[in-house]
Design a protein around this ligand. Sequence first.
Ligand SMILES: [Zn+2]
Length: 298
Amino acid sequence: MRIVHTECPICSGKNLIPFLVCKDYTVSGEQFEIAYCQPCHTGLTQNIPDQASIGSYYKAESYISHSNTKAGLINRLYHYARNWMLRSKYDLVSKATHVHQGSLLDIGSGTGYFLDMMKKKQWQVKGIEADEDARKFAEQQFGLTIFPPSELTRLAEKQFDAITLWHVLEHLHELNGSWQQFGRLLKDAGTLFIAVPNHECYDAAHYKAQWAAYDVPRHLWHFSPTSIATLAQNHGFQIMEKKIMPFDPFYIALLSEKYAANSIGLIRGALHGGIALLRGLLNVDKSSSIIYVLKKKS
Ligand SMILES: [Zn+2]
């Protein structure tokens, strides 16, 4: 089944304006329209496959986040960046929670590298992951406890010091239902970490429909700082801090160059990635991706 939005789930706006038509470059080659909701600055992918049928849109040979090979320059850079980001995520989580060896739930835990890092730092960790192969890999490789998404509502309340979603919220069909669970599962002093692409950035304006972080139809929502502030407000959270992700502009620009089939894509990608990084450093709200650190309102 397909879903066509007639109302924005974030601000309930009904005036959804046609914004862009984007192609699925990694799996199906199909085109999807993105509608724009002006009051909350959010893009909504239209005609999306529902939860039961979107699985086939995740089956790509080149889906790099599941790859563990070290061949090729891009892959080597990706692995270097991943290890750097794992360490910086640990630093951020331990600093922002003011907790050592706390309890953590990673939603969309993938193959489990982040949870394994946190476990090695003596945190009590659990994961939620929709992909069965990724779940099995994380359990066998790292001995982690990973649940399918259906278990989210069954976990006991107020048990986590931290809940993390690293580039995951844009994939979730149940936006408001998920936020309700974040509030239920976090301790009162708990901290929520949400990393998402930001379509109000330099590289989105430059690459337009070929901006790799639109990634339709897997990215159901295209968030801005206003979208996340509205969601936080609606669900009793406040944003404490926003951080850039320094490798994302380069990764996104290089992929976008590939989609645009530009000549000297590596050089152009490095250049536009560099400009995008500088824009983000000057103003985090213009960064290609943003990590939002949130706490419950007391
Ligand atoms: Zn809206």
